[in-house]
Design a protein around this ligand. Sequence first.
Ligand SMILES: O=C(O)CCC(=O)C(=O)O
Length: 304
Amino acid sequence: MEQNFNKNIKMNLKRDLSEYGKPVSKMFTWPKNKSEWTKYRLSDDQVKSFETNGYLENIKLFEEDQIEQLKAELTEIMDPNNPKQDLLYEFHTNESEDSERVLFHSLGHWRMTPGFHDILWNPAYVMAAYQLLGEKAVRFWHDQLFCKPAKHGGVVAWHQDYSYWTRTSPIQHLTTWVGLDDSSEENGCLQYIPGSHNWGLLDKPSLTGEMKGLTQFLNDEQAKALENPVPIEMPKGYGAFHHPLLVHGSFENNSKRPRRALVLNVFADGTLSNTNEETLPSVPIIKCGNKMEGKYFPLLFEGV
Ligand SMILES: O=C(O)CCC(=O)C(=O)O
């Protein structure tokens, strides 16, 4: 029934889903009033923990059937012959610099399929993002997929997200990582360096090359902290939120299970362009100093 519903939706939708600044399906129910929003609020302790450590893990964001829908759509997105491929900002069937390993990485699939479009308006997600941004209105930046196949999945080297995003400012961004598979150390789960969001902005290493490429930019104490990462082991559908300066990465997947993950990146409304070039491939230029806004950067939630 649900699947038929989605099929009908797909047929009637415009090709580029960035035309819709609101959900296009019934994947989520948008709360009607303040009291309906309450159940999605993080506790004060959770917000404090995020501020102290630079991350917050294990927040349930998706139900089993929603994960199944996303996995089905993932197969379409990963198909290099998908006729909507031109909508993507980036598409790497294998971005790994290690010729023995594979790391699929894409950006922009929210414009391609109804599920990946509508997860931007997941009430549990937008409420948590709003709180972790300091109760500021949440605006979408871009999405990502990081997929490691079983047995030969590649690494994501230690890095800070903002070091790749200096074309937008000030630093008031938030990343959310959600596994489409259960993730553990065995299959190359996300790993965090607690407190590293206080290290300031570091240079950026190659994202998919040498795991420890970041070390060249660290002092001795920081390099030591890199030896003690926290593995973020979570069931599929659960999310981890991290600060834009938090150092994170993930090791190889040598297990018999894939490790596929979606990532949502947002910033507080009022974030500005810091460049006179494109902020994302093929997206119209927003002049330096002007607000990041418009249909490619929809406002997701203003609070209640
Ligand atoms: O999925 C991974 O292993 C890395 C994800 C990542 O770098 C991020 O969420 O910013």
